[in-house]
Design a protein around this ligand. Sequence first.
Ligand code: NAI
Ligand code: PHE
Length: 352
Amino acid sequence: MDQAFEHRLAGWDGEHVVIRYDPASSTWMFVCIHSTRLGPAGGGTRLRVYPRPAAALADGLLLAKAMTTKLAVAGLPLGGGKAVLAVPALPDPVTRARIIDRYADLVASLRGTYLTGPDMNTSESDMDRIARRCPYVFCRSVAAGGSGSSAPATAVGVLHGIRASVQYALDAGDLRGISVLVQGLGGVGSHLARLLADAGATLLVADVDAGRVQQAVRALGAKPVEPDAVVGTACDVFAPCAIGGVIDLQAAETLTCRIVAGAANNQLTDPRVARQLRDRGVLYAPDFVINAGGALHGVGLEKLGWDQAELQRHLAGIGETLTGIYREADQDDISTHEAAQRLAQRRLDAAR
Ligand code: NAI
Ligand code: PHE
Protein backbone atom coordinates (compact mmCIF):
# COMPACT_ATOMS: atom_id res chain seq x y z
CA MET A 1 0.00 0.00 0.00
CA ASP A 2 1.55 3.33 -0.96
CA GLN A 3 1.81 6.32 1.34
CA ALA A 4 -1.06 8.11 -0.38
CA PHE A 5 -3.42 5.28 0.68
CA GLU A 6 -2.13 5.32 4.26
CA HIS A 7 -2.48 9.08 4.53
CA ARG A 8 -6.06 9.06 3.30
CA LEU A 9 -7.21 6.12 5.41
CA ALA A 10 -5.56 7.45 8.59
CA GLY A 11 -7.45 10.75 8.32
CA TRP A 12 -10.90 9.13 7.86
CA ASP A 13 -13.44 8.63 10.63
CA GLY A 14 -15.41 5.81 8.94
CA GLU A 15 -15.79 2.15 9.86
CA HIS A 16 -14.04 0.17 7.14
CA VAL A 17 -12.93 0.00 3.53
CA VAL A 18 -12.82 -3.12 1.39
CA ILE A 19 -10.36 -3.02 -1.49
CA ARG A 20 -10.14 -5.38 -4.44
CA TYR A 21 -8.07 -5.22 -7.60
CA ASP A 22 -9.26 -6.96 -10.78
CA PRO A 23 -6.15 -7.63 -12.87
CA ALA A 24 -8.07 -8.66 -16.00
CA SER A 25 -9.60 -5.18 -16.33
CA SER A 26 -6.97 -3.23 -14.33
CA THR A 27 -9.81 -1.98 -12.13
CA TRP A 28 -9.49 -0.96 -8.48
CA MET A 29 -12.64 -1.42 -6.41
CA PHE A 30 -13.15 0.42 -3.14
CA VAL A 31 -16.20 -0.15 -0.98
CA CYS A 32 -16.14 2.53 1.72
CA ILE A 33 -18.43 1.93 4.70
CA HIS A 34 -18.53 5.13 6.69
CA SER A 35 -21.24 4.35 9.24
CA THR A 36 -23.70 1.61 10.09
CA ARG A 37 -25.14 3.37 13.14
CA LEU A 38 -28.55 3.94 11.54
CA GLY A 39 -28.58 0.67 9.60
CA PRO A 40 -26.62 -1.07 6.84
CA ALA A 41 -24.55 1.38 4.82
CA GLY A 42 -26.30 2.63 1.66
CA GLY A 43 -24.67 4.41 -1.25
CA GLY A 44 -24.23 4.36 -4.98
CA THR A 45 -21.57 2.72 -7.14
CA ARG A 46 -19.44 5.24 -9.04
CA LEU A 47 -17.45 4.11 -12.07
CA ARG A 48 -14.81 6.60 -13.15
CA VAL A 49 -11.34 7.15 -14.52
CA TYR A 50 -9.05 8.64 -11.85
CA PRO A 51 -5.45 9.81 -12.20
CA ARG A 52 -4.35 7.39 -9.45
CA PRO A 53 -6.02 4.69 -7.32
CA ALA A 54 -5.44 6.87 -4.23
CA ALA A 55 -7.56 9.63 -5.80
CA ALA A 56 -10.39 7.11 -6.26
CA LEU A 57 -10.08 6.03 -2.65
CA ALA A 58 -10.15 9.68 -1.53
CA ASP A 59 -13.33 10.27 -3.56
CA GLY A 60 -14.98 7.14 -2.11
CA LEU A 61 -14.10 8.11 1.48
CA LEU A 62 -15.55 11.62 1.10
CA LEU A 63 -18.66 10.44 -0.72
CA ALA A 64 -19.33 7.70 1.86
CA LYS A 65 -19.14 10.24 4.68
CA ALA A 66 -21.57 12.49 2.80
CA MET A 67 -23.97 9.53 2.45
CA THR A 68 -24.03 9.07 6.25
CA THR A 69 -25.11 12.69 6.62
CA LYS A 70 -27.52 12.54 3.66
CA LEU A 71 -29.36 9.45 4.88
CA ALA A 72 -29.51 10.73 8.48
CA VAL A 73 -30.98 14.09 7.40
CA ALA A 74 -33.43 12.31 5.07
CA GLY A 75 -34.61 10.20 8.02
CA LEU A 76 -33.85 6.92 6.26
CA PRO A 77 -32.88 3.81 8.28
CA LEU A 78 -29.50 3.39 6.60
CA GLY A 79 -25.91 4.27 7.35
CA GLY A 80 -23.56 5.75 4.77
CA GLY A 81 -21.29 4.10 2.23
CA LYS A 82 -20.07 4.45 -1.33
CA ALA A 83 -18.29 2.24 -3.84
CA VAL A 84 -15.84 3.47 -6.43
CA LEU A 85 -14.76 1.40 -9.43
CA ALA A 86 -11.61 3.06 -10.72
CA VAL A 87 -11.23 1.98 -14.34
CA PRO A 88 -8.31 2.79 -16.69
CA ALA A 89 -10.82 3.91 -19.39
CA LEU A 90 -14.61 3.80 -19.66
CA PRO A 91 -15.15 0.10 -20.48
CA ASP A 92 -16.73 -1.54 -23.55
CA PRO A 93 -19.87 -3.61 -22.77
CA VAL A 94 -18.01 -6.93 -22.39
CA THR A 95 -15.42 -5.49 -20.01
CA ARG A 96 -18.14 -3.61 -18.12
CA ALA A 97 -20.08 -6.84 -17.58
CA ARG A 98 -16.96 -8.54 -16.21
CA ILE A 99 -16.18 -5.65 -13.87
CA ILE A 100 -19.77 -5.50 -12.62
CA ASP A 101 -19.79 -9.26 -11.96
CA ARG A 102 -16.56 -9.11 -9.97
CA TYR A 103 -17.92 -6.13 -8.06
CA ALA A 104 -21.26 -7.88 -7.39
CA ASP A 105 -19.35 -10.79 -5.82
CA LEU A 106 -17.52 -8.29 -3.61
CA VAL A 107 -20.83 -6.70 -2.48
CA ALA A 108 -22.28 -10.20 -1.90
CA SER A 109 -19.31 -11.09 0.32
CA LEU A 110 -20.28 -8.19 2.64
CA ARG A 111 -23.57 -10.01 3.37
CA GLY A 112 -25.81 -6.96 3.53
CA THR A 113 -23.54 -4.57 5.44
CA TYR A 114 -23.47 -2.47 2.27
CA LEU A 115 -26.48 -1.83 -0.02
CA THR A 116 -25.74 -0.19 -3.32
CA GLY A 117 -27.52 1.81 -6.02
CA PRO A 118 -26.55 3.73 -9.17
CA ASP A 119 -24.20 6.70 -9.26
CA MET A 120 -21.97 8.39 -11.83
CA ASN A 121 -21.59 6.13 -14.93
CA THR A 122 -23.70 3.28 -13.55
CA SER A 123 -27.36 2.71 -14.38
CA GLU A 124 -30.35 0.47 -13.88
CA SER A 125 -28.93 -2.14 -16.25
CA ASP A 126 -25.79 -2.41 -14.09
CA MET A 127 -28.03 -2.77 -11.02
CA ASP A 128 -29.94 -5.56 -12.83
CA ARG A 129 -26.64 -7.32 -13.46
CA ILE A 130 -25.52 -6.93 -9.83
CA ALA A 131 -28.87 -8.37 -8.72
CA ARG A 132 -28.14 -11.61 -10.60
CA ARG A 133 -25.36 -12.33 -8.08
CA CYS A 134 -26.51 -10.59 -4.90
CA PRO A 135 -29.70 -9.06 -3.42
CA TYR A 136 -28.13 -5.95 -1.88
CA VAL A 137 -29.04 -3.49 -4.61
CA PHE A 138 -31.55 -0.64 -5.19
CA CYS A 139 -32.87 0.87 -8.43
CA ARG A 140 -32.98 -2.17 -10.71
CA SER A 141 -35.03 -1.52 -13.82
CA VAL A 142 -38.80 -1.60 -13.46
CA ALA A 143 -38.87 -4.58 -15.86
CA ALA A 144 -36.60 -6.48 -13.45
CA GLY A 145 -38.81 -5.61 -10.46
CA GLY A 146 -36.91 -2.56 -9.21
CA SER A 147 -37.88 1.09 -8.83
CA GLY A 148 -35.95 2.22 -11.92
CA SER A 149 -33.80 5.30 -12.35
CA SER A 150 -33.49 7.56 -9.30
CA ALA A 151 -32.67 10.62 -11.43
CA PRO A 152 -36.24 11.95 -11.92
CA ALA A 153 -36.96 11.81 -8.17
CA THR A 154 -33.65 13.53 -7.46
CA ALA A 155 -34.66 16.31 -9.86
CA VAL A 156 -38.06 16.71 -8.18
CA GLY A 157 -36.34 16.97 -4.78
CA VAL A 158 -33.95 19.60 -6.15
CA LEU A 159 -36.89 21.56 -7.56
CA HIS A 160 -38.53 21.60 -4.09
CA GLY A 161 -35.19 22.75 -2.68
CA ILE A 162 -34.87 25.54 -5.24
CA ARG A 163 -38.42 26.71 -4.48
CA ALA A 164 -37.72 26.81 -0.73
CA SER A 165 -34.41 28.63 -1.29
CA VAL A 166 -35.97 31.21 -3.60
CA GLN A 167 -38.73 31.81 -1.06
CA TYR A 168 -36.18 32.21 1.76
CA ALA A 169 -33.55 34.34 0.03
CA LEU A 170 -35.59 36.28 -2.52
CA ASP A 171 -39.01 36.23 -0.87
CA ALA A 172 -40.45 34.92 -4.15
CA GLY A 173 -43.44 32.57 -3.99
CA ASP A 174 -42.87 31.04 -7.43
CA LEU A 175 -40.17 30.61 -10.03
CA ARG A 176 -41.57 32.83 -12.78
CA GLY A 177 -38.81 35.09 -14.04
CA ILE A 178 -36.19 33.59 -11.67
CA SER A 179 -33.02 32.77 -13.63
CA VAL A 180 -31.55 29.33 -12.96
CA LEU A 181 -28.28 28.07 -14.42
CA VAL A 182 -28.24 24.26 -14.63
CA GLN A 183 -24.72 22.85 -14.96
CA GLY A 184 -24.90 19.30 -16.37
CA LEU A 185 -27.82 18.01 -18.43
CA GLY A 186 -27.57 14.31 -17.59
CA GLY A 187 -30.23 12.17 -15.92
CA VAL A 188 -30.92 14.70 -13.16
CA GLY A 189 -30.07 17.99 -14.88
CA SER A 190 -32.16 17.37 -18.01
CA HIS A 191 -35.20 16.46 -15.94
CA LEU A 192 -34.68 19.45 -13.65
CA ALA A 193 -34.33 21.78 -16.65
CA ARG A 194 -37.71 20.63 -17.96
CA LEU A 195 -39.36 21.12 -14.53
CA LEU A 196 -37.85 24.60 -14.22
CA ALA A 197 -38.99 25.59 -17.71
CA ASP A 198 -42.51 24.35 -16.90
CA ALA A 199 -42.46 26.47 -13.72
CA GLY A 200 -41.65 29.60 -15.73
CA ALA A 201 -38.02 30.01 -14.71
CA THR A 202 -35.55 31.67 -17.07
CA LEU A 203 -33.27 28.79 -17.95
CA LEU A 204 -29.52 28.87 -18.61
CA VAL A 205 -27.70 25.61 -19.32
CA ALA A 206 -24.13 24.34 -19.60
CA ASP A 207 -22.73 20.91 -20.43
CA VAL A 208 -19.48 19.62 -21.89
CA ASP A 209 -21.70 17.62 -24.25
CA ALA A 210 -22.76 20.24 -26.84
CA GLY A 211 -25.56 17.97 -28.13
CA ARG A 212 -27.30 18.05 -24.74
CA VAL A 213 -27.06 21.85 -24.65
CA GLN A 214 -28.53 22.14 -28.14
CA GLN A 215 -31.40 19.86 -27.16
CA ALA A 216 -32.26 22.11 -24.15
CA VAL A 217 -31.97 25.23 -26.30
CA ARG A 218 -34.35 23.78 -28.90
CA ALA A 219 -36.85 22.05 -26.61
CA LEU A 220 -36.92 24.43 -23.64
CA GLY A 221 -35.78 27.78 -24.99
CA ALA A 222 -32.74 27.68 -22.68
CA LYS A 223 -29.83 30.08 -23.09
CA PRO A 224 -26.50 28.25 -23.55
CA VAL A 225 -23.50 29.04 -21.34
CA GLU A 226 -19.93 27.84 -22.09
CA PRO A 227 -18.89 25.15 -19.57
CA ASP A 228 -15.91 27.18 -18.34
CA ALA A 229 -17.99 30.39 -17.98
CA VAL A 230 -20.44 28.93 -15.46
CA VAL A 231 -18.97 30.43 -12.29
CA GLY A 232 -18.84 33.97 -13.67
CA THR A 233 -22.33 33.95 -15.22
CA ALA A 234 -24.95 36.14 -13.54
CA CYS A 235 -28.11 34.31 -12.42
CA ASP A 236 -30.39 34.04 -9.39
CA VAL A 237 -29.79 30.32 -8.80
CA PHE A 238 -26.76 28.23 -9.73
CA ALA A 239 -27.69 24.52 -9.84
CA PRO A 240 -24.59 22.28 -10.09
CA CYS A 241 -25.80 18.95 -11.52
CA ALA A 242 -22.61 17.58 -13.09
CA ILE A 243 -19.50 16.90 -11.03
CA GLY A 244 -18.25 17.59 -7.50
CA GLY A 245 -15.72 20.20 -6.39
CA VAL A 246 -17.13 22.99 -8.58
CA ILE A 247 -16.93 25.69 -5.87
CA ASP A 248 -13.57 26.35 -4.26
CA LEU A 249 -12.58 29.42 -2.22
CA GLN A 250 -11.78 31.36 -5.38
CA ALA A 251 -15.02 30.44 -7.17
CA ALA A 252 -16.97 31.39 -4.03
CA GLU A 253 -15.52 34.89 -4.38
CA THR A 254 -16.45 35.09 -8.07
CA LEU A 255 -20.03 33.69 -8.04
CA THR A 256 -22.62 36.33 -8.81
CA CYS A 257 -25.69 34.21 -8.03
CA ARG A 258 -27.87 34.61 -4.90
CA ILE A 259 -28.41 30.89 -4.34
CA VAL A 260 -26.47 27.66 -4.94
CA ALA A 261 -28.89 24.73 -5.07
CA GLY A 262 -28.19 21.65 -7.20
CA ALA A 263 -27.84 17.86 -7.27
CA ALA A 264 -24.11 17.20 -7.53
CA ASN A 265 -22.47 15.46 -4.57
CA ASN A 266 -19.65 17.27 -2.74
CA GLN A 267 -20.05 20.58 -4.59
CA LEU A 268 -17.75 22.49 -2.23
CA THR A 269 -14.04 21.67 -2.15
CA ASP A 270 -13.94 22.42 1.57
CA PRO A 271 -16.49 23.25 4.35
CA ARG A 272 -14.83 26.71 4.70
CA VAL A 273 -16.34 27.55 1.32
CA ALA A 274 -19.81 27.35 2.92
CA ARG A 275 -18.81 30.03 5.42
CA GLN A 276 -17.45 32.19 2.66
CA LEU A 277 -20.69 31.87 0.69
CA ARG A 278 -22.60 32.95 3.79
CA ASP A 279 -20.33 35.96 4.28
CA ARG A 280 -20.96 36.97 0.65
CA GLY A 281 -24.73 36.66 1.07
CA VAL A 282 -25.06 33.58 -1.17
CA LEU A 283 -27.55 31.04 0.20
CA TYR A 284 -26.12 27.52 -0.14
CA ALA A 285 -28.45 24.50 -0.10
CA PRO A 286 -26.23 21.74 1.35
CA ASP A 287 -25.86 19.18 -1.43
CA PHE A 288 -26.43 16.17 0.81
CA VAL A 289 -29.81 17.62 1.83
CA ILE A 290 -31.17 18.82 -1.50
CA ASN A 291 -30.07 15.76 -3.50
CA ALA A 292 -31.59 13.10 -1.22
CA GLY A 293 -34.42 12.41 -3.69
CA GLY A 294 -32.57 9.51 -5.34
CA ALA A 295 -32.05 7.74 -2.04
CA LEU A 296 -35.66 8.46 -0.95
CA HIS A 297 -36.83 6.94 -4.25
CA GLY A 298 -34.74 3.75 -4.06
CA VAL A 299 -34.97 3.10 -0.33
CA GLY A 300 -38.54 4.36 0.11
CA LEU A 301 -40.09 2.41 -2.74
CA GLU A 302 -38.02 -0.77 -2.42
CA LYS A 303 -37.28 -1.13 1.30
CA LEU A 304 -39.94 0.87 3.15
CA GLY A 305 -42.96 -0.04 1.01
CA TRP A 306 -43.86 3.54 0.05
CA ASP A 307 -46.23 4.24 -2.81
CA GLN A 308 -45.73 7.16 -5.23
CA ALA A 309 -47.82 9.53 -3.08
CA GLU A 310 -45.68 8.81 -0.02
CA LEU A 311 -42.51 9.32 -2.05
CA GLN A 312 -43.79 12.68 -3.34
CA ARG A 313 -44.53 13.78 0.26
CA HIS A 314 -40.96 12.99 1.26
CA LEU A 315 -39.55 14.78 -1.79
CA ALA A 316 -41.55 17.88 -0.83
CA GLY A 317 -40.12 17.51 2.69
CA ILE A 318 -36.68 18.37 1.27
CA GLY A 319 -37.88 21.97 0.87
CA GLU A 320 -39.16 22.08 4.45
CA THR A 321 -35.94 20.60 5.83
CA LEU A 322 -33.89 23.21 3.98
CA THR A 323 -36.01 26.06 5.36
CA GLY A 324 -35.35 24.77 8.90
CA ILE A 325 -31.62 24.59 8.18
CA TYR A 326 -31.58 28.16 6.79
CA ARG A 327 -33.35 29.46 9.92
CA GLU A 328 -30.93 27.71 12.27
CA ALA A 329 -27.93 29.00 10.30
CA ASP A 330 -29.21 32.57 10.52
CA GLN A 331 -30.13 32.26 14.17
CA ASP A 332 -26.69 30.98 15.20
CA ASP A 333 -24.63 32.74 12.51
CA ILE A 334 -23.22 29.48 11.18
CA SER A 335 -22.98 28.22 7.61
CA THR A 336 -25.87 26.22 6.19
CA HIS A 337 -23.43 23.31 5.84
CA GLU A 338 -22.77 23.39 9.59
CA ALA A 339 -26.48 23.68 10.39
CA ALA A 340 -27.19 20.62 8.23
CA GLN A 341 -24.33 18.69 9.83
CA ARG A 342 -25.80 19.50 13.25
CA LEU A 343 -29.16 18.10 12.18
CA ALA A 344 -27.50 14.88 10.99
CA GLN A 345 -25.46 14.64 14.19
CA ARG A 346 -28.58 15.03 16.35
CA ARG A 347 -30.16 12.08 14.50
CA LEU A 348 -26.99 9.98 14.76
CA ASP A 349 -26.64 10.75 18.48
CA ALA A 350 -30.27 9.83 19.10
CA ALA A 351 -29.54 6.38 17.62
CA ARG A 352 -26.53 5.75 19.86
P1 NAI B 1 -25.09 12.02 -15.43
O1 NAI B 1 -23.78 11.32 -15.59
O2 NAI B 1 -26.32 11.44 -16.05
O3 NAI B 1 -24.97 13.53 -15.97
C1 NAI B 1 -23.89 14.35 -15.74
C2 NAI B 1 -23.89 15.43 -16.84
O4 NAI B 1 -22.89 16.40 -16.53
C3 NAI B 1 -23.57 14.89 -18.23
O5 NAI B 1 -24.47 15.41 -19.18
C4 NAI B 1 -22.14 15.39 -18.47
O6 NAI B 1 -21.85 15.60 -19.85
C5 NAI B 1 -22.16 16.69 -17.71
N1 NAI B 1 -20.85 17.19 -17.31
C6 NAI B 1 -19.77 16.50 -16.87
N2 NAI B 1 -18.76 17.33 -16.59
C7 NAI B 1 -19.22 18.59 -16.81
C8 NAI B 1 -18.66 19.88 -16.69
N3 NAI B 1 -17.41 20.06 -16.26
N4 NAI B 1 -19.43 20.96 -17.01
C9 NAI B 1 -20.69 20.80 -17.46
N5 NAI B 1 -21.26 19.58 -17.60
C10 NAI B 1 -20.55 18.50 -17.29
O7 NAI B 1 -25.27 12.20 -13.84
P2 NAI B 1 -26.63 12.40 -13.03
O8 NAI B 1 -27.19 11.10 -12.61
O9 NAI B 1 -27.47 13.39 -13.75
O10 NAI B 1 -26.06 13.08 -11.69
C11 NAI B 1 -25.59 14.41 -11.69
C12 NAI B 1 -24.91 14.72 -10.35
O11 NAI B 1 -25.87 14.55 -9.30
C13 NAI B 1 -23.75 13.80 -10.02
O12 NAI B 1 -22.78 14.55 -9.32
C14 NAI B 1 -24.37 12.77 -9.08
O13 NAI B 1 -23.42 12.23 -8.19
C15 NAI B 1 -25.38 13.61 -8.35
N6 NAI B 1 -26.50 12.84 -7.83
C16 NAI B 1 -27.25 12.06 -8.66
C17 NAI B 1 -28.32 11.34 -8.15
C18 NAI B 1 -29.18 10.50 -9.06
O14 NAI B 1 -30.23 10.04 -8.58
N7 NAI B 1 -28.81 10.30 -10.31
C19 NAI B 1 -28.67 11.37 -6.73
C20 NAI B 1 -27.85 12.28 -5.96
C21 NAI B 1 -26.80 12.97 -6.50
N1 PHE C 1 -26.32 8.02 -6.16
C1 PHE C 1 -27.21 8.11 -5.03
C2 PHE C 1 -26.87 9.32 -4.18
O1 PHE C 1 -25.79 9.88 -4.28
C3 PHE C 1 -27.03 6.86 -4.24
C4 PHE C 1 -28.20 6.01 -3.99
C5 PHE C 1 -29.20 5.75 -4.91
C6 PHE C 1 -28.26 5.42 -2.77
C7 PHE C 1 -30.23 4.93 -4.56
C8 PHE C 1 -29.30 4.58 -2.42
C9 PHE C 1 -30.29 4.35 -3.34
O2 PHE C 1 -27.68 9.76 -3.37
